[in-house]
Design a protein around this ligand. Structure first.
Ligand SMILES: Nc1ncnc2c1ncn2[C@@H]1O[C@H](COP(=O)(O)OP(=O)(O)OP(=O)(O)O)[C@@H](O)[C@H]1O
Ligand SMILES: [Mg+2]
Length: 478
């Protein structure tokens, strides 16, 4: 009998070698190689033939390349998930044969989202829900709770073509996929599946990679759209090898503040649509509800107070009106404290330095805290002007006139830089009843803003923008 061969697999990048090294030669990480027994891929060692058993064993046709212009085009079919917010993030719906990985913290609502969506899709097509983490009873209980709130009514819910399989063995899951050939299959979760032929534990790199690869092959072969749930490690990255993210067509993350009811769905990667699209849901007792007007969620109370400023952030093609809050207070430390929730802290440092240098505000003697309302993360520099205005307003104890939004990127020289999609942002501000917008000079959007009923205040520098927004010069000692 042949001696079993060992393979060493990197837990960081999934690279394989036959020899042990202290450092992975592929990604350079130290002490990440673990030993595993080599085995052929799961679906190649299967006994049951994939084609009809009586089909003649035809010799495989060699693939030929062809000029790209001659390649036949078919419009991408998309299957609506039943949720506009999920479809938006997917780029317009699920693509048959595609693989989508949904990651998120424990308890955030991944199973709820997919079960609700499975239920909705099952009214139109065949859906298999594989629960590898919960028993069929548990899933049934959730399904009942969700069904009671389903607008389609209990009869429609019961009639839907939704099959449930509670199983962790990859082999049995693959068999069920082949015999049912569903249009959509949901695997909850990929870490809980295991391939009995591999010696490593469920959830290990080798297992996750092998299970995902076998599922991917079957999905492509029979045009099943696969939705995989993936767990997130405590560092907030998807557990399992990076190859998992390469293997799938789209990676979505479901996130949210444990203390707030809203949940944000984003595409980190998408081969069939734009990334950085945002879907917003709200967790209610009867499941997730879509939030179609999320700007209202990220606006604070009605009372304007000192240290708040409103910006229009753009997530993908979706503008969001968001409130920022700043607190500036005299420091009692040798080096002042700076804390930012929802924007990168380095961005705050940079904005404070610009305000100090170009407006002469002695902010290095003050602690400064900044928070984005509603737990949203705003990464884009278009928030800079709003951050600066909130900080200055808190420092001077001033209130920005109600109905004002601030949009602009701040350069290190104190100049305001143009931002993308300004017209879209102004439209959203106007829709929510804002009346004044402070923007970088040269936007050319004066007539558009007038048409929207917005007063457009254009500024070339941070100083001009703050004077325009506040009505007083914050650099004057007052
Ligand atoms: N019976 C219930 N009544 C009301 N809300 C519930 C009930 N069961 C669950 N929930 C809510 O649904 C939330 C999400 O549950 P869900 O199982 O969908 O999350 P998950 O992301 O799949 O978690 P996990 O990572 O543990 O699988 C729970 O945190 C809870 O707030
Ligand atoms: Mg779950």
């Amino acid at each position: 009998m042949a001696k079993p061969v060992s393979l060493f697999v990197c837990t960081e990048c999934g690279a394989q070698t036959r020899q042990f090294f202290g450092r992975c030669s592929s990604c350079g990480s130290w002490n990440t190689l673990v030993e595993q027994a080599a085995a052929p891929p799961a679906d190649q060692r299967r006994r049951r033939p994939v084609a009809a058993p009586d089909a003649p064993a035809a010799a495989p046709q060699p693939r030929r390349s062809e000029p790209i212009a001659a390649v036949g085009e078919r419009p991408l079919q998309r299957l609506g998930s039943g949720y506009g917010e999920l479809d938006r993030v997917l780029g317009g719906g699920l693509v048959p044969g595609s693989l989508v990985l949904l990651g998120g913290d424990p308890g955030i609502g991944k199973s709820t989202l997919l079960l609700q969506s499975a239920q909705s899709m099952a009214a139109r097509t065949s859906v298999l829900y594989v629960s590898a983490e919960e028993s069929a009873q548990q899933v049934k209980l959730r399904w009942r709770r969700l069904a009671e709130a389903d607008p389609a009514g209990p009869a429609a819910v019961a009639a839907a073509d939704l099959q449930l399989l509670s199983e962790t063995d990859l082999e049995l899951v693959l068999q069920e996929l082949e015999s049912l050939r569903p249009a959509v299959a949901i695997i909850d979760s990929i870490q809980a599946l295991h391939d009995a032929e591999l010696s490593s534990a469920p959830g290990s790199v080798a297992q996750v990679r092998e299970c995902a690869a076998a599922l991917a092959r079957i999905a492509k072969r029979q045009h099943t759209a696969l939705l995989l749930v993936g767990h997130v490690t405590k560092e907030g990255v998807l557990a399992g090898p990076k190859v998992l993210e390469h293997l799938v067509d789209a990676v979505l993350t479901f996130e949210g503040d444990r203390f707030a009811s809203h949940r944000l769905l984003r595409a980190v990667k998408n081969r069939f649509g734009a990334t950085h699209e945002l879907g917003v849901f709200e967790m209610r007792d009867r499941g997730l509800a879509e939030v179609t007007n999320p700007s209202e969620l990220f606006l604070g109370g009605d009372e304007p107070s000192s240290g708040t400023a409103t910006i229009v952030a753009c997530e993908g093609t979706r503008p969001l009106v968001v409130e920022l809050q700043a607190l500036v207070s005299t420091t009692s430390y040798a080096s002042p404290r700076r804390s930012a929730t929802g924007i990168p802290v380095n961005r705050l440092h940079q904005i404070l330095a610009v305000l100090e240098k170009h407006m002469g505000l002695p902010l290095s003697r003050f602690d400064c805290y900044l928070a984005v309302a509603g737990g949203l993360e705003v990464e884009e520099p278009a928030a800079d002007l709003g951050v600066a205005a909130a900080v200055v307003a808190s420092y001077r104890d001033l209130t920005l006139p109600p109905g004002t939004v601030l949009i602009g990127e701040l350069g290190l020289g104190g100049q305001l830089r143009p931002v993308s999609q300004l017209e879209l942002r102004l439209g959203e501000a106007a829709r929510l009843g804002f009346t004044r917008a402070v923007v970088p000079r040269g936007s050319g959007l004066g007539p558009v803003a007038a048409g929207l009923g917005l007063q457009l205040l254009e500024a070339a520098t941070i100083a001009q923008a703050l004077v325009a927004a506040l009505g007083v010069n914050p650099a004057d000692d007052g």
